[in-house]
Design a protein around this ligand. Structure first.
Ligand code: HEC
Length: 184
């Protein structure tokens, strides 16, 4: 019997052996569960009651609802993406559209960077001309209106050495650079 007694004298609980609970010589003490363990256990019970009630009341989404919400979000993103792509393709460049870009700082910044990489070599860093015409005067051989300039940029004047830019950049970039050369 003495082998059942605790060797640790500082134990807070009297170690009472549960009668009849002996398996292959292993016996069980009837010690209470530690307080911290019990509180966690009670908390899980309280949580389960709250959780079931909340599910029933619809405060918390069940699995199907979460799945639906996720699918809705994916559909929303796909729709937004499709709309954005459609917008990009649907730029209708006309005189008014180009005129608006003259006050559009973002477009002018885009236009400037396009100009530096694609146009400056022929038209001059400041638009003073060179192989190509000057933009810092008010003379436009192919038409002073913005749409005429846009058409030259888009289709080029191949016989005179002005390349077509249609296949090199988007409509937006061509529009932006047309706006930019009018600020030179
Ligand atoms: C390879 C040289 C070259 C490049 C690069 C070039 N151009 Fe030109 N561009 C020319 C030439 C040459 C002309 C004159 C065409 C003519 O005399 O009919 C011209 C004419 C133009 C005109 C018509 C000017 C007028 O007086 O009506 C515009 C607008 C123009 N270019 C814009 C651009 C823009 C914007 C870019 C860059 C996206 C660009 N060009 C790139 C050579 C070039």
């Amino acid at each position: 019997m003495s082998s059942n007694q605790p060797t640790d004298e500082s134990s807070r609980y009297p170690d009472v052996v549960i009668e009849g609970h002996e398996y292959d010589g292993i016996k069980e003490y009837d010690n209470p569960m530690p307080g911290w363990w019990l509180w966690i256990f009670y908390a899980t019970i309280a949580w389960s009651v709250f959780y079931i009630a909340a599910l029933g009341m619809g405060w918390i989404d069940d699995y199907d609802a979460q799945l639906e919400r996720g699918k809705d979000r994916i559909a929303e993103k796909q729709a937004a993406y499709a709309a954005a792509m459609a917008d990009e393709d649907a730029v209708e460049v006309d005189e008014e559209y180009l005129a608006d870009l003259l006050d559009d700082d973002d477009a002018l910044a885009t236009g400037e960077s396009v100009y530096r990489t694609r146009c400056a070599s022929c038209h001059g860093a400041q638009g003073g001309g060179g192989i190509g015409s000057a933009f810092d005067d008010d003379e436009w051989e192919h038409g002073a209106d913005l749409m005429s300039q846009y058409a030259v940029v888009r289709d080029g004047v191949l016989s005179a050495g002005m390349p077509a830019h249609d296949s090199m950049m988007s409509d937006d970039e061509m529009a932006a650079v047309v706006a930019f050369i009018n600020t030179l």
